[in-house]
Design a binder for this molecule. Structure first.
Ligand code: PLP
Length: 376
């Protein structure tokens, strides 16, 4: 199987699994327990937190571990509204459903939402965000990298402009697809909240993290025990958190090699697809090297995906959460694409596991399948 669906999830790296194993077996203690086993578990969590903070350039106590990106996003947005009298939120129309559906929940609880439309590459203009802000705006939420197109948004610049217009507005960024594809400097930015997930960087599923800038008004959503300094109740997923730390440490150790490899893989894939008639790139040329979204005129994405699957190649259309039903992508729609082009769009996504041979073979299969479908 050639796996080109790494934006949906990545393989758990064997080194990450090896670091997790003791905490699933002999070191099974509850980090809140005062005995040796408990202390070992607590120590392991704090080590992972320090590694994460070093990579993000923030303080360890500004990071809260969660059950994934989705929970981190819920905690940021609900927690910001809970701590504020303001009731308006601005977000981009190309956010992941984890953000959009959380906003729908907040709307049911009385919030009002303004979604800012992107340009045709999925990018949001600073002026459009500023124009969408109101005196009642509590929070602006803008993703750092779009999961369908790979478009990079300059969230640091956006956050700065938002604060300049109204210093009381909080800024959240969904950085789930950004982790591992760019360096982060959270301390020196104007970003207040940032959400992360482990399984997109060869860590375990159902582990994530939320950056909460020290001192920002925010209230915890998950209530109960005093874990995570009372910011996220519930016994910690110790092995998962250790795995997240190990996955981040690997990124940190191999960042430039990883980026060079990913860029070479994407370029090779692009070259392999170049001769396909009617192929257009939906992804912008300056997007992250992990994501390639293309449309092939005259070929339906569900047919192509099925044929690729039969040929042993895993790709996707839209985000993983909607792939089961192949719903038309809300991201491509927001970018102004025709329904026809949306129905012809496919996402191929790469990781450090993807080899040049993989993408040469995958591009060859796409070419063959497309020409056979053209003849039919
Ligand atoms: N945000 C983005 C941009 C994503 O790509 C994803 C995962 O697909 C999420 C949020 C949700 O993260 P998780 O699967 O860890 O809940």
């Amino acid at each position: 199987m050639i796996y080109l669906d790494n934006a949906a999830t990545t393989r758990l790296h064997p080194e990450v699994l090896a670091e997790m194993m003791p905490f699933l077996q002999q070191d099974f203690g509850n980090p809140s327990s005062v005995h040796q086993l408990g202390k070992r578990a607590k120590q392991a969590i704090e080590n992972a937190r320090r590694t994460f903070a070093t990579w993000l350039h923030c303080l360890p106590n500004e990071l809260v571990f969660t059950s994934g990106g989705t929970e981190a996003i819920h905690a940021a947005l609900l927690g910001a509204i809970l701590a504020s009298r303001r009731r308006h939120i601005v977000a981009s129309a190309v956010e992941h459903h984890a953000v959009l559906h959380t906003l729908e929940l907040l709307q049911r609880l009385g919030a009002t939402i303004t979604l800012v439309a992107p340009d045709e590459t999925g990018r949001i203009q600073v002026d459009d965000v500023l124009a969408a802000m109101q005196p009642d705006t509590c929070c602006v939420s803008m993703m750092a990298v779009n999961n369908e197109l790979g478009t990079i948004m300059s969230v640091a610049q956006l956050a700065k402009a938002v604060k300049k217009q109204d210093s009381r507005v909080l800024f959240h960024s969904d950085m789930v697809q950004a982790l591992g594809t760019m360096p982060h400097h959270l301390a020196e930015s104007a970003i207040d909240f940032a959400s992360f997930s482990a399984h997109k960087i060869h860590g375990p599923k159902a582990v994530g993290g939320l950056f909460i800038r020290s001192g920002v008004p925010w209230l915890p959503v998950m209530r109960g025990g005093a874990q995570e300094h009372k910011r996220r109740a519930g016994t910690e997923n110790v092995a998962g958190i250790v795995g997240f730390g190990a996955a981040i440490a690997r990124i940190q150790d191999h960042f430039s090699d990883r980026m060079a490899h990913l860029s070479a893989v994407k370029q090779q894939f692009q070259a392999g697809l170049a001769s396909i008639p009617g192929l257009v790139w939906n992804s912008p040329a300056d997007g992250v090297p992990t994501i390639a979204n293309v449309a092939i005129n005259g070929i339906r994405n569900d047919t192509l995906l099925m044929r690729l699957d039969l040929a042993g190649i895993a790709a996707s259309a839209g985000s993983a959460c909607t792939a089961g039903s192949l719903e038309p992508s809300h991201v491509l729609r927001a970018c102004g694409f025709s329904e026809e082009r949306i129905g012809q769009s496919l996402r191929f996504s790469f990781s450090e596991d993807t080899t040049l041979e993989d993408v040469i073979e995958a591009a060859h299969s796409v070419r063959q399948i497309v020409s056979s479908l053209m003849i039919l």
